[in-house]
Each structure stands twice: as structure tokens, then as C-alpha cells.
Design a protein around this ligand. Structure first.
Ligand code: GFB
Length: 307
């Protein structure tokens, strides 16, 4: 991928898509298709016309609705259908328009609930999926498999990355549907303002997650599309885990909330452990640049400026 290559980030206004556009611009990739030109990606005809008109050479597929554990329980059909339609339309149009390389963003919930940790790509489809996000996970697995099928049948240079739990500027802080980091930042900020004595953390606090700052994910995706060719799926993560309780304590310090953290065990924990193996990425000489504490501070600052 050259600096003047024509690049399309599908879902350029999503958390990951916006970070990809920022990083591409910072790394002097100048020929980027504006996200404002993007049609509704659930309409296959409009997607086909868009690709025929703009002829991108490289595609990052970051589009597709996503959400936290509660959103997945409430809107499984919406999340599954949107991701299936978007994946099929983009991947088919990328192939029929001769895109040189496509990088598809899958999700770590695609792995089995009790996969050996840290989770390796070979664990895909070896066990039952976490029930709270099964519909969405199957849709994301379908995207991985569709890329592999195009690679096998048509020699298409399509690959998938499986990111850890991503957070950062541009995250969804607004609703019950958000992921844990924006949700806890908003809860503790609101509690601090209201001088509330405690806030509720969902679940037991014991699950562990591998959190990745979205700017670091974007940087790794650009490296991967440029230099990664030896297999079709790669994890992008920090490779280390933190419990939800430890995370909440860290967010408490960053936000400056002084109240009590209570655990609402009527809410689900989801996967007990979700820490990804990063050997392949380390072999490429990549590791995240931003510490979790610094990333949380940057994210909280962004929240304060934009809420
Ligand atoms: O971020 P989260 O919703 O995603 O939840 P998952 C992570 C952990 O944080 C769970 C706990 O154990 C939650 O119970 N948690 C504690 C909270 N307090 C809160 C809160 O206020 N809000 C939220 N959201 N969680 C998602 C999948 O699973 O992982 C998605 O549902 C996606 O499809 C994403 O794949 C990467 O890591 O549990």
C-alpha cells in the first residue's frame, strides 16, 4: 500500500473507522475516500455503484453495528443482520472491483466462551460461543469465513483481524448499549457531579478483558494490511488482561470519583476470560504504544470535551 493508493475505510464514522482515518492521515496516506460519500451499506446495489464509481485499491472493513453486553442481549437480530448485510455487500463489491487488499475487522467475542487463554486463532469454532453475544459473534465469524472463502476460491487478498476490546475517542458513551469503559467513565462522572455515594458495576467484577486503545488498533491495522500476508486471520490486542474490578478502580482514579463501587450480580458477566494471543503481531515487531492508564485519561478528556 503506497501513500497515494486509493483507500476506503468502510464505516469511517465508527469508533474504529474514525481512528483508522486519523492514523492514515497522520501516516501521510492522502488518497482517502471521504466517509461522507459512503452509501447505506445494507443496500447492496448502492454499495456496488459506490465501488464502481470510486474504485478503491485498499479497503478497511470497519463498518457494522456493535454494542456492549446489554445491547447484544436486547438487539441480537439487528446486530446480526446489519453485520451480515454489510460484510456481504462490501466483500462482494471489493472482489468484483478488483480491490488489491481488504482488511476485515472481526471481534474477540467470535472466540468460544471457554477458549484456552491467551486465545489463539486456531480456537475459532472449537466450542460454544458466549450466549450473551452469540448472534453478533456468528455474524462476525461469517465475515472471517467469507474472506477466507474468497481467498480460497478467487485468490482474493482478503484478511481478517480479531481485535481485543477496543475503546477510545469516538466511543459510544450515551446509552446502556455501550461497552464497559465508556459506560463506567460516564457512570462515575455523573455520580461525581451528583455526589452519589456509590455506582453499580455490572456482574461480579471477576471477568478479565484485554483492552486495546483504538489509536493503537488503527496503527496495527495499517501495519497489518501493508505487511501481513502469511495467513488470513490475526489477533490485534495488548496480550494482557485486567479484571473488571481492577479496571473500575483505575477509572475511579482517572475520573476522580470518591464514592463506593458496588457489584450488581443480577447483570451478566459475559465471557469469564477474553485475553488474546499476540505472538504473530510481536513477530512483526508491533506492540501497543499507549498504556491503559494514559488511554483512559485521553478517553475521559475526549468525553468531557464532547459530552
Ligand atoms: O464491555 P462489555 O459490555 O463487553 O462488558 P464484553 C465487559 C465486562 O464488563 C462484562 C462488565 O463482564 C460486563 O458485565 N461491566 C461492568 C459492564 N459494568 C458494566 C457496564 O456498566 N456496562 C457494560 N457494558 N459492561 C462484548 C460483546 O462483550 O465484547 C460485543 O458483547 C463485542 O459483541 C465486545 O464483541 C468486544 O467484552 O462482555
Amino acid at each position: 500500500m503506497e501513500k497515494q493508493s486509493k483507500i476506503y475505510v468502510a464505516g469511517g464514522e465508527t469508533l474504529i473507522g474514525a481512528a483508522l482515518l486519523r492514523q492514515l492521515q497522520q501516516q501521510q496516506y492522502t488518497n482517502l475516500i471521504s466517509p461522507h460519500l459512503e452509501p447505506p451499506l445494507t443496500d447492496g446495489k448502492l454499495v456496488a455503484e459506490f465501488f464502481a464509481e470510486h474504485q478503491p485499491e485498499y479497503v478497511f472493513l470497519a463498518a457494522g453495528k456493535s454494542g456492549g453486553i446489554l445491547a447484544n442481549q436486547r438487539y441480537p437480530a439487528e446486530l446480526m443482520l446489519d453485520n451480515l448485510l454489510v460484510e456481504c455487500h462490501i466483500i462482494q463489491s471489493a472482489y468484483s472491483n478488483g480491490v488489491k487488499k481488504l482488511l476485515y475487522l472481526a471481534s474477540s467475542c467470535s472466540y468460544p466462551k471457554f477458549a484456552p487463554q491467551p486465545i489463539e486463532v486456531k480456537s475459532l469454532l472449537t466450542g460454544a460461543i458466549e450466549p450473551t453475544n452469540e448472534a453478533y459473534a456468528v455474524a462476525k465469524i461469517a465475515g472471517i469465513k467469507l474472506c477466507q472463502a474468497y481467498r480460497q476460491q478467487y485468490r482474493a487478498n482478503f484478511l481478517s483481524v480479531i481485535p481485543a476490546n477496543v475503546f477510545g475517542p469516538g466511543d459510544d458513551f450515551s446509552s446502556e448499549g455501550s461497552h464497559v469503559i465508556p459506560a463506567l467513565i460516564r457512570k462515575m462522572h455523573d455520580a461525581k457531579i451528583a455526589n452519589a455515594q456509590f455506582i453499580d458495576i455490572w456482574g461480579t467484577g471477576t471477568p478479565k478483558r484485554d483492552f486495546l486503545f483504538v489509536e493503537d488498533l488503527a496503527d496495527a491495522c495499517i501495519l497489518t494490511i501493508r505487511e501481513f500476508d502469511d495467513c488470513s486471520v490475526i489477533n490485534i490486542a495488548s496480550g494482557s488482561g485486567i479484571s473488571i474490578q481492577e479496571l473500575a478502580e483505575l477509572i475511579k482514579q482517572v475520573v476522580g470519583y470518591l464514592g463506593e463501587l458496588r457489584f450488581d450480580t443480577t447483570k451478566p458477566d459475559g465471557m469469564p476470560l477474553k485475553i488474546l494471543d499476540t505472538k504473530k503481531l510481536q513477530q512483526m515487531g508491533w506492540e501497543p504504544k499507549t498504556s491503559l492508564r494514559d488511554a483512559l485519561k485521553i478517553t475521559f478528556e475526549w468525553f468531557l470535551q464532547t459530552k
